[in-house]
Design a binder for this molecule. Structure first.
Ligand code: TXA
Ligand code: MG
Length: 314
């Protein structure tokens, strides 16, 4: 198990030595290393058992700092950065040579974001390098939203977990880039399409899967528990399957183990609880997880995307 604490100086010292430290963000916990040190970055891929064709997000603490790592900052994306950074928004920007190819899996763009968590922002300001950090879970499994989640699965692989409590947003950042002059969203996440379009107008959705080579990480099966998940009408599914548990949304009661994402049908609350709920059900006695899609608005769209990938054939 890794040491857990809120000692920013200790975290900084370890990162300076090329070690791995789990960091809190408002979305999910990240598994961080010095983004400019190829050996340290290689350690991230090793610890997560992550294929090196799946690039990493680089975390910085200011727009000015970000500009040290990218060749240009398209106007639309800078507008988004000014409106929503620090926050659950990742931008794809043409990288400078200082960013190692391993970080971007050889792509010309680097994914960058400023996370909205005071401990991690303080840590980033102390370092003279940015932090590459994917979600701190074994590749393909559910992302961690509490320090205990990280310790349980990657505790033996990392040197320190910076404890910033529960992640407030609970699902990963929204990924946005520019293609042929058009702003595109590649991953739905904690920042909604409505919020993006309020600032820059209509955007295109390019949320696809493993067959979209420009977004190697958007694999069909992802965020997945070990158990099988079925999505549909829960009452009907309960007639079909035995030994089930339910990921619930709303006040309806079921006579099987249940985790409720939000009794009041609040999508923000549901997002914050999603990965904790999937983990809890994955650990209960039942063999199968049943759930329904949430309303397809606001954060519900990103939550449904996670449910679909969690249910996909591995
Ligand atoms: O909220 C988040 O984004 C969290 C916290 C820790 O910041 N991080 C996160 O990282 O979710 P990860 O590695 O689990 O997911 C990053 C996604 C992957 O799907 C990856 O393929 C995509 O971002 N990505 C990273 N760099 C990219 C690039 N240069 N071009 C296209 N997609 C990229
Ligand atoms: Mg991830």
């Amino acid at each position: 198990m890794a040491a857990i604490g809120n000692d920013i100086l200790k975290a900084a010292r370890l990162l300076e030595q090329g070690k791995l430290v789990a960091i809190p963000t408002e979305t999910v916990y990240g598994l961080a290393a010095n983004a400019l040190d190829t050996t340290a970055v290689a350690g991230i891929f090793r610890a997560k058992n992550r294929p090196t064709f799946d690039p990493l997000i680089v975390h910085t603490y200011s727009i000015a700092k970000t500009k040290e790592y990218v060749r240009e900052f398209p106007m639309e994306l800078e507008k988004l950065a000014k409106a929503y950074w620090p926050g659950p928004l990742t931008l794809l920007l043409p990288k400078k040579n200082v960013i190692p190819d391993l970080v971007t899996s050889g792509l010309d763009n680097v994914a960058v974001r400023i996370p909205n968590h005071s401990l991690t922002l303080e840590l980033l300001e102390k370092l003279n390098f940015p932090l590459a950090a994917p979600s701190a879970n074994p590749f393909g499994y559910i992302s961690p939203t509490k320090p205990e989640h990280v310790n349980k699965q990657l505790g033996n692989e990392i040197d320190y977990i910076l404890d910033g409590g529960n992640c407030e947003v609970g699902i990963e950042s929204t990924i946005v880039g520019v293609e042929k002059g058009k702003v595109c969203v590649y991953r739905l996440g904690g920042l909604t399409i409505e919020q993006i379009e309020k600032v820059i107008g209509k955007v295109e959705l390019r949320i696809i899967s493993s067959d979209n080579p420009t977004v190697p990480g958007q694999l069909q099966s992802h965020y997945a528990p070990m158990k099988k998940i079925y999505i549909g009408n829960i009452d009907l599914l309960m007639g079909q399957y035995k030994n089930v548990c339910v990921l619930n949304f709303g006040r309806k009661k079921f006579n099987v183990p249940t985790f409720n994402l939000s009794e009041n049908e609040n999508l923000t609350e549901a997002a914050a609880n999603l990965f904790t709920g999937l983990r809890a059900l994955d650990e209960c006695q039942a063999e199968i997880i049943l759930c329904e899609y949430l309303p397809e608005t606001g954060l519900g769209i990103a939550i449904n995307d996670r449910l679909k990938r969690a249910a996909a054939e591995k």
